[in-house]
Design a protein around this ligand. Structure first.
Ligand code: ATP
Length: 304
């Protein structure tokens, strides 16, 4: 793969009898928005904690820009942990300056950037309040500011949307897209699949401690889509299923999904439908990430 910013090579972590991560490898391409996905207990947080050296891998290597991550280099990563951890008694601005300085900023610069971000996140008037006075979602925003204050080129965000209302979720998503356009690489671990569908260019799906899908989301969608076509119009389901090469027909809202034999030419179906009259649209079926996630995990469970 061209120019990965992060390389995960054969990492494993065991807790007694439990193998939390099992010989896991994947690369995060530079500039990608990378979804690290999987059901509860799959091993996502354990993987992220190993990248951040909160826990040590039993085996394997983790490289950032081609060099093993050590205690200094991990500070180059902007990390938002799953369990939020701000000091409740500290004042918001004071806290952000503290976070900025431990990541290498001068106090004056940390203050300037913090104030700008607080304004940007509609938290300007809370700068001198104690963290404990803020709502959960507001604290979440403060912690996110702390994560990006030192302008890291790689962000690792564990469930960044949890606790945010739809407006703040949208604002965070827009900000992540803007950062991505500027070249920041973003690794997202989240169960909110519509966000991943919108944001991510690449994914790694973990199940039972191993990667079961890994690559460009567009390629994975094509693989999972199959020879399936979305048709709309005044069409009869029974008539559709008798057309040559059609193996299944099922409704999708007001439209119909028509599955063809794997090697069948879709233009023959299109011609047949056009000849019948009443066809309004004919497009390739692109499966949503939720559909892919559930199918991949169920197939993997069936092989367990
Ligand atoms: P979720 O989506 O629920 O957050 P996850 O994919 O992040 O799940 P992990 O937290 O990485 O999953 O857990 C993977 C497995 O490792 C689980 O079976 C979990 O019980 C186990 N595990 C994680 N941390 C520990 C620990 N400190 N001690 C023992 N077992 C652990």
């Amino acid at each position: 793969m061209a120019d990965p910013i992060l390389e995960i090579e054969h990492i494993s972590k065991r807790y007694g009898e439990v193998t939390a991560v099992d010989n896991l490898s994947f690369n995060v391409p530079r500039g990608s928005v990378f979804g690290l996905l999987g059901p509860n207990g799959a091993g996502k947080s354990t993987t992220i904690r190993m990248i951040m050296r909160i826990i040590m891998a039993d085996e394997g290597r983790i490289l950032l820009d081609g060099v093993p991550v050590d205690d200094d280099r991990r500070r180059l990563i902007g990390y938002l942990p799953e369990e939020r951890g701000l000091y409740k008694k500290m004042k918001v601005l004071e806290h952000l300056v503290f976070l900025g300085t431990i990541r290498g900023l001068k106090p004056g610069e940390a203050k300037k950037r913090s104030l700008a971000w607080l304004e940007n996140f509609d938290l300007g008037e809370w700068a001198t309040h104690k963290v404990e006075d803020l709502s959960k979602g507001m604290q979440q925003k403060v912690q996110f500011i702390g994560t990006i204050l030192h302008r890291p080129q790689l962000l690792i965000l564990d469930e960044p949307f949890s606790g945010l209302d739809p407006i703040n979720s949208r604002a965070l998503k827009d900000l992540l897209m803007a950062m991505s356009k500027e070249g920041v690489t973003i690794v997202l671990s989240t169960h909110v699949l519509p966000q991943v569908d919108e944001l991510c260019t690449n994914i790694c799906l973990i199940n039972r401690a191993r990667a079961i899908l890994n690559g460009r989301l567009a390629d994975i969608r094509t693989d999972y889509g199959g020879n399936v076509w979305r048709v709309a119009g005044a069409l009869d389901e029974n008539a559709l299923s008798t057309l040559p090469a059609v193996t299944a027909v099922r409704p999708l809202g007001a439209e119909m999904l028509v599955e063809l034999e794997p090697d069948a030419e879709p233009r023959h179906l299109l011609q047949a439908l056009a000849a019948q009259g009443g066809l309004e649209s004919f497009t390739r079926f692109v499966p949503g990430l939720e559909n892919i996630f559930i199918r991949a995990v169920e197939e993997d469970r069936a092989h367990a």
